[in-house]
Ligand binder design. Structure first.
Ligand code: SF4
Length: 323
């Protein structure tokens, strides 16, 4: 079977042990894709009695069969654990570059249990994995921590790294994934699960091969498909995830004051179209994505200047802008 290495990294933080578990073809076929396999593991290895912030919770990051094959928009993966927010299935889909590196490192994903005695990070590189000391960056924010982690590992690596909110187990803490672009596994409080395990980061770099049944045919198909995808998503790529804010506001589908307010005349000021016309300096893409909905902005005047960084996404503008 192609598309998988059939290998999951099983990490036991309590006993500082890492093992490679073989994924059977039967499991892969039955629970197709990262989130399917994660749902199976979560169902089998946790129960209603499992406290999401306890060592018994299982934190997983698993890729899919298209990851690192070049299939458009496939550079994504799912992070799953029992959610500290709901106590139920917690799942967050995240883009960027972590998934592609993980697959190229020779693994389909990681499954983490237990709790480290002191802060640690997981370093995965081309067929190897180890647990390392993260005490020097405990308490530091994700960006500062990622810079340190890349210095300690590889500058091309991608770090899924929590900040102080995750460390303190805030139930809304996400997991920023910092590589050539920043993407977040932001939903269901999974950053708090990392914090509860004393796991500061999962850092990965890989440049190995993946198995594809008909590589030349796949390449030709992707070449043929890409212009159609770009045409169909032209406005989305141009204005980003926040391009629809004005329309959402008109439809009453923008979370104003926690959905207590119907209309807001100033919505235009924070829309992706205004961002495009004023401060956008470039577009960014998750690995293997021809759409490039990510923003890079430059602010050269006014109270927030100078600023040269990634631009906000819809979720940030919707929650901080409209609320
Ligand atoms: S760049 Fe945008 S469209 Fe492309 S995979 Fe990432 S989030 Fe999706």
């Amino acid at each position: 079977m192609f598309g998988y290495h059939k290998k999951l990294l099983r990490v036991d933080l309590t006993n500082r042990k890492i093992e490679v578990e073989e994924l059977s073809e039967e499991v892969i076929r039955k629970y197709f894709g990262g989130v399917g396999i994660e749902a199976k593991i979560l169902y089998e290895e946790t129960g209603p009695e499992t406290d999401p912030l306890s060592p018994e919770n299982v934190l997983m990051a698993i890729t899919g069969p298209f990851t690192a094959t070049g299939v458009p928009t496939s550079g994504r993966h799912h992070v799953v654990a029992r959610s500290p927010l709901t106590g139920l299935f917690g799942e967050s889909n995240v883009g960027g570059s972590w998934a592609v590196h993980c697959k190229r490192a020779g693994f389909d994903g990681v499954v983490i249990k237990g709790k480290a005695e002191s802060p640690v990070y997981l370093w995965i590189e081309n067929g190897k994995a180890e647990i390392r000391d993260a005490r020097p960056i405990w308490g530091k924010d994700s960006y500062e921590s990622a810079a340190w982690l890349k210095q300690e590992t590889a500058k091309e690596a991608t770090a899924a790294v929590i900040g102080p909110a995750g460390e303190r187990m805030a139930k809304i803490a996400g997991i920023p994934h910092i590589g050539h672009i920043v993407r977040a596994a932001a939903r269901t409080g999974l950053g708090a699960v990392m914090g509860s395990k004393n796991l500061k980061a999962m850092v990965v770099f890989g440049d190995g091969p993946v198995s594809i049944a008909k590589p030349e045919a796949l390449k030709a198909h992707i070449r043929e498909l890409t212009p159609h995808i770009q045409k169909a998503t032209e406005a989305f790529g141009k204005y980003g995830t926040s391009g629809g804010i004005e329309n959402y506001e008109k439809m009453g589908n923008f979370p104003l004051k926690n959905w207590r307010q119907g209309r807001w005349a100033a919505a235009k000021k924070i829309s992706g179209i205004t961002m495009h016309d004023t401060i956008l300096s470039g577009r960014k893409a998750c690995m293997q994505c021809p759409i490039a909905c990510g923003r890079h902005i430059k602010v050269t005047e006014g109270p927030y200047a100078p600023m040269d960084c990634e631009g906000p996404e819809y979720e940030t503008l919707g929650t901080l802008g409209g609320i």
